[in-house]
Design a protein around this ligand. Structure first.
Ligand SMILES: C[S@@+](CC[C@H](N)C(=O)[O-])C[C@H]1O[C@@H](n2cnc3c(N)ncnc32)[C@H](O)[C@@H]1O
Length: 316
């Protein structure tokens, strides 16, 4: 049995990434893009988050997909190329294999080493499906490698990762996803829905502090990528629901006055000052349906859970 093929579309140690990090740290307020949360350790911490009782999105989305996969496949047809955007441990896509019988599975992720391991294991379990792993950063542009060709495509974007984009950037990304789907393409996408503040904040600030570790790991990334001397115990994890913007925000808040230094730059933070590390926008089903329509998807259907906490949309 041949193993999966791997294609690397971006290089993590590039000057452009260092420049992006430095620019964010010098911003007011300081910020670091959420894609930097994911190295091999960050991906493992995220996987641990999905096991927490407080983190409802993963299990709610999984239950919706389990319940409706065959209905979705009846609309899209079977035997497509399944393109997983931000595949992580590839487990959500793997649960679709029975219903969708993909010819080929193309998994994209910025966290390349983690993806490599997950995809290699998955290939052993499904030797009959051709698999391609793609190391890619699709935050600025969604580009599929030529290996993603052949057959109609079903793009899969679970985990409510679309919520990491501002609504304007989400619209841009959805337009790119529509183009990347090609003729006859479709998009299956998970969206976290607006709900009470207490449930939302607990999901992003669990008592076991796994999400805190996930967020604080960013300081180690700053060290590894930028040579920045940030210390984990100088910062607290903060997660809050910004109702006006309908988004969870994650921040790293300085416990005391901190001076971050890296080759070519520095940033002083007062005690209590924050580095903004992630947004997670929450939508109503109507608002997300409008966004898909605006992105050019003429047909949309969605499924939700009994509590109306999460929705999975199919758009084509
Ligand atoms: C919220 S996790 C979701 C993982 C998995 N799809 C799931 O639903 O459980 C987001 C995933 O997207 C990947 N990711 C984040 N930013 C990315 C980017 N700019 N380009 C490519 N992958 C990215 C992360 O490494 C991570 O695996």
């Amino acid at each position: 049995m041949a193993g999966p093929r791997f294609v690397q579309l971006h290089h993590e140690d590039s000057a452009a990434l260092r420049e992006e990090l430095a620019r964010g740290l010098l911003d007011r307020p300081a910020s670091v893009a959420p894609k930097f949360l994911y190295d091999a350790l960050g991906s493992r911490l995220f996987e641990a988050i999905t096991e927490l009782p407080e983190y409802y999105p993963t299990r709610t989305e999984r239950a919706i997909l389990d319940r409706h996969a065959r209905e979705v496949a009846a609309i899209t047809g079977r035997g497509r190329t399944l393109v997983d955007l931000g595949a992580g441990n590839c487990e959500k896509a793997a649960r679709l294999f029975d219903a969708f019988a993909p010819l080929r599975y193309v998994a994209l992720d910025i966290s390349v080493e983690y993806l490599r391991q997950a995809l290699t294991n998955l290939q052993h379990r499904h030797p009959g499906i051709e698999m391609v792993g793609v190391g890619a950063d699709f935050s600025t542009a969604l580009v599929l490698p030529p290996d993603a060709g052949r057959g109609e495509r079903l793009l899969f974007y679970p985990g409510s990762s679309i919520g990491n984009f501002t609504p304007a950037d989400a619209l841009r990304f959805l337009r790119q996803a529509r183009a990347a789907g090609g003729p006859g393409g479709a998009l299956l996408i998970g969206v976290d829905l607006v709900k009470d503040k207490a449930t939302l904040e607990l999901a992003y600030d669990d008592p076991l502090k796994v999400t805190a570790a996930f967020n604080l790991n960013l300081l180690r990334r700053l060290d590894a990528l930028l040579g920045c001397d940030a210390r984990v115990d100088d910062f607290d994890h903060v997660a809050l629901f910004n109702e006006a913007e309908s988004r969870i925000e994650m921040h790293l808040q300085a416990r005391r006055p901190v001076r971050l230094r890296w080759p070519g730059g520095e940033r002083a933070l007062a005690a209590g000052e924050r580095i903004h590390t992630e947004n997670s926008y929450k939508y109503t089903p109507d608002a997300f349906d409008r966004l898909l329509r605006e992105a050019g998807f003429a047909r949309r259907v969605h499924w939700s859970d009994e509590r109306g906490w999460f929705a999975v949309f199919l758009a084509w």
